[in-house]
Design a binder for this molecule. Structure first.
Ligand code: HAM
Length: 432
């Protein structure tokens, strides 16, 4: 009988200990910057009712149509087992809005500025930069006080600031506006009129998008579709004067903040909930999956999910893509230990374990090798663990009631008394 070897599901990956310092650097910088911009963390469940995602991103969006990872389960509800339709979250905007409504945050504050870091799940075909489990950091600013172009600019500048502080410079910010619901409707009518005579030239995907999500045709990567789209005149005539004025204000604040951007009329985003400002940040070193992050305003979504009529704006950045774009710059060294104990025989090991316990109780990071391996192999381990100091205990040291303390960077060593199991001098020398 052959025994199955398990590996991670396709499109997911393990993040191993040596990669963790990079993740921690990115996460801790992000938390610090979110705090600087006045955002507070929110954590929502990793799964929600399937319908929440369908209603927010739109039944016809690619994410809902093709990429949802559904959990179908028979679960107890009261005394009865019922079949429930849950899905792993493909993004977090819907969940945050659900939580905003459920917890009546509009009654508690005029503007809820929320951020999150965490895993998202999409059943996409995996490729470089496109995973089935990936991680986002993002913000959502929701509430009655949020209907101002300053907030669009604040959120966009936050995304740019985050990327810069991770060390990224090679990226481009593209912005556009879809206008309000009526403008969007006008825009989609205009696109259908323009694209109808070209329908047979479009890829099969876009032919089906024509009815269900005509905007998506604009950002299709297929060469023929791009050629057809380039022949359409994309001016802003579908916008009302109020929407045009709003976008002007957003751009003005971005100019004042000295944030470089490119107005891209083809940028429409694939999720139904956007209104007014939309933006995307692309990295030049990323290949076909080049979006480092994206976001925009969604003034109708809270009400569409049966909440109050409040505006909102947000974005999410993909952490794996940030790490890919950083390349070598993403490598962060693992932290070494303060001390490593080398015990050369059984009585030394008994003493060493006591010292180890004492070091740890004093918050000195430390470890030991329990195997009584050779001095050489224990020193190799101490080096691998990047120990700053090594405490060596052998037969002679025990007899004299001392230990040898080796400073690894200076290659010096000294004898330190541990008479009557008093480790205070040792602790002081290590903490120095
Ligand atoms: P999104 O454009 O679907 O927007 O995703 C945002 C970012 O998540 C992408 O630009 C990319 O960096 C990363 N990402 C998405 N899918 C994958 C994947 N399969 N593998 C790796 N990375 C991926 C949203 O999710 C919206 N919720 C953003 C938002 C927040 N809009 C308003 N508020």
């Amino acid at each position: 009988m052959s025994i199955k070897n398990f590996s991670v599901p396709r499109g997911t990956s393990d993040i191993l200990p040596e990669q963790i310092p990079t993740w921690q650097m990115i996460e801790s910088k992000a938390r610090e910057i979110f705090h600087t911009f006045g955002f507070r963390e929110i954590r929502t469940p990793y799964f929600e009712e399937t319908e929440l995602f369908a209603r927010s991103m739109g039944q016809t969006s690619d994410v809902v149509q093709k990429q949802m990872l559904n959990l179908q389960a028979q679960l107890l509800q009261g005394d009865e087992e019922k079949s429930v339709h849950l899905s792993l979250r493909p993004e977090n905007t819907a969940s945050v809005v659900r939580s905003y409504i459920q917890n009546r945050l509009d009654k508690k504050e005029g503007l809820s500025k929320l951020y999150y870091l965490g895993a998202m799940f999409r059943g996409e075909r995996p490729q470089k930069g496109r995973l089935r489990q990936f991680h986002q950091m993002g913000v959502e600013a929701i509430g009655p006080d949020g209907k101002t172009a300053y907030l669009d600019a604040e959120v966009i500048s936050l995304a740019v600031y985050l990327l810069k502080s991770f060390g990224l410079n090679n990226f481009k910010l593209k912005i556009n506006t879809l206008g309000d619901s009526q403008d969007k409707e006008n825009f989609s009518k205009y696109l259908r009129t323009e694209l109808k005579p070209r329908l047979s030239q479009l890829c099969p995907d876009c032919q089906s998008r024509f009815e269900r999500n005509v905007f998506r045709i604009l950002d299709c990567k297929n060469h023929d579709c791009q050629k057809q789209v380039s022949q359409i005149n994309l001016d802003d005539s579908y916008l009302s004067s109020a929407s045009r004025e709003y976008f002007q204000q957003v751009k003005k604040v971005l100019n004042d903040f000295k944030i470089e951007y490119e107005v891209t009329p083809k940028l429409v985003r694939g999720l139904d909930y956007y209104t007014h400002t939309v933006f995307e940040i692309t990295g030049s070193s990323l290949g076909s999956q080049d979006a480092l992050g994206a976001g925009g305003r969604y003034n109708r979504l809270v009400e569409d999910l049966s909440g109050p009529d409040v505006p909102a704006v947000g974005f999410a950045l993909g952490i794996e893509r940030i790490i890919l774009a950083l390349g070598e710059k993403a490598v962060v060294e693992e932290k070494g230990l303060d001390a490593f104990i080398v015990a050369l025989d059984q009585p030394a090991l008994s003493e060493g374990v006591l010292i180890l316990n004492e070091l740890r109780l004093h918050k000195i990071s430390s470890d030991i090798d329990y195997t009584l391996a050779s001095m050489k192999s224990q020193m190799r381990l101490a080096n691998k663990l990047k120990a700053a100091k090594v405490i060596i205990i052998g037969e002679n040291e025990l007899k004299k009631e001392v230990v040898l303390l080796k400073n690894m960077s200076e290659s010096t060593q000294e004898e330190i008394s541990i008479k009557n199991k008093n480790y205070s001098t040792l602790l002081n020398r290590i903490a120095k």
